[in-house]
Design a protein around this ligand. Structure first.
Ligand code: MN
Length: 428
């Protein structure tokens, strides 16, 4: 129950309460922390100034954790503070006694621009969906077993570039770079050997620009260098989730990725949704994780934690082209965290680790265009009749998501969107 004018089915009702950072049009430089409820944002900085809430949960101590321009200070306070803040916000939005004080602090969503919700510390991208890894293996290494021998032994990942993580709505400039060259065909070319790759690479704007539909996990509580974070400590460290698009230039990636993994084919941009949905809002979405065979090592199997029933949707210029199911994840987010720190690497507040491309067994559940079009061989037809294999300049991709909430409600995960701009004129 709430004194707000909310429909019971609102995916941004009291059961969700995601955190973000916003500006208002009259003060575009004044970023403020807020929490979304329905079609409004509760200004938490203003609520703190009015002594209605504090980011450590202790009213009256003036800690100022909601005064910042990012969620980092609040996230660093840890699970007890997150729970206290959520409890207090729920109280403010449900108890009619607070209505007079709180109502003026609600800003209509239509009047705000969303900003980066947190300063990204380190960014790691995993590769935890078996259908995706198998499909990509088949395309990139057709002469080998699709899954490499390590894939079911550890959650494969790489370190990405935190400085190029951008918030939803930011334009994506088509990257340029090297790709594998092919020999120019001549009339005498008759067999497959004649089309073997040329040793000389080609330079230019990527011609195989793709998306990856992912979910990002945001670390709040840091850990000490030289210590390990066990899988069962997941909820102590992870504050919440965002939707994430790991833009990928497949031609650059295919030429550069061996032997050290993805580099410039990925590092030009990664987009995230502006609302960080707290883990506390996702308890009804927890599902039993998929069985694992062979059994992983003890540090990965103990306290493995649940999977999550997150239902994602990908639209390409307004046409829904895929609905990847997050519950198909093989390595859980708790296992990813345990693996990330098993060597003693520390966590920092603001660390972001992403799940890897979400893909299911059906064709329509594939979370990237490489898989969806089978490396460009099977174009997708959009609702306006246009055909696509990879992204063209001017294209827009939007990923949205929902999760089951308590009592038959849905939890909105927001959206992450971006449009492709032409490559910059650069040197070769
Ligand atoms: Mn990825």
């Amino acid at each position: 129950m709430t004194w707000l004018d909310l429909s019971p089915g609102d995916p941004y009702g009291i059961h969700n309460l995601p955190y973000g950072v916003f500006t208002r049009s009259e003060k575009p430089d004044e970023a403020r922390i807020g929490v979304r409820v329905g079609d409004a944002v509760l200004d938490l900085h203003a609520a703190e100034e009015a002594d209605l809430i504090e980011s450590d949960g202790v009213l009256g101590d003036g800690d100022g954790g909601f005064a910042g321009r990012t969620l980092n200070a609040f996230m660093a306070r840890g699970r007890a503070a997150w729970t206290a803040a959520r409890t207090r916000i729920t109280e403010l939005l449900t108890d009619p006694a607070h209505r007079t004080a709180v109502e003026p602090l609600l800003v209509p969503l239509a009047e705000v621009t969303m900003r980066m919700p947190f300063e990204v510390a380190d960014y790691v991208d995993f590769y935890c969906f078996e259908h995706h890894a198998t499909n990509v293996g088949r395309m990139f290494r057709p002469d080998q077993a699709p899954l490499l021998p390590n894939w079911k032994r550890l959650p494969v990942g790489y370190h990405g570039r935190s400085g190029t993580v951008v918030v939803s709505g930011a334009d994506i400039v088509r990257p340029s770079g090297q790709r594998r060259g092919t020999k120019a065909p001549t009339p005498s070319m008759r067999n497959a050997r004649d089309s073997a790759p040329s040793p000389d690479p080609v330079f230019g704007p990527s011609t195989r620009l793709d998306i990856e539909t992912e979910v990002g996990f945001v670390v709040g509580t840091p850990s000490r260098l030289g210590s390990q974070v066990p899988a069962d400590q997941f909820a102590e460290h992870v504050f919440g989730i965002v939707l994430l698009n790991d833009w990928s230039a497949r031609d650059i990636q295919a030429w550069e990725y061996q032997p050290l993994g993805p580099f410039l084919g990925k590092s030009f941009a990664t987009s995230i949704s502006p609302w960080v949905v707290p883990l506390d809002a996702l308890s009804a979405a927890e599902v039993e994780a998929l069985p694992q065979d062979p059994a992983p090592l003890p540090y990965l199997s103990k306290g493995r934690g649940p999977g999550y029933d997150l239902r994602l949707s990908v639209s390409w210029n307004g046409t829904v082209v895929a609905e990847p199911p997050f519950r198909e994840m093989y390595w859980t987010p708790a296992q990813q965290l345990a693996h990330l720190t098993v060597n003693g690497a520390s966590l920092r507040t603001g660390d972001l680790y992403a799940s890897g491309t979400v893909s299911g067994p059906e064709k329509r559940q594939r979370g990237c265009f490489l898989e969806l079009t089978w490396s460009g061989a099977e174009p997708v037809t959009l609702s306006d009749g246009a055909q696509r294999t990879f992204l063209e300049d001017g294209d827009t991709v939007t990923i949205t998501g929902f999760a089951p909430g308590p009592g038959g409600t849905m939890v909105g995960l927001g959206e992450v969107t971006g449009a492709i701009r032409p490559a910059i004129a650069g040197s070769s």
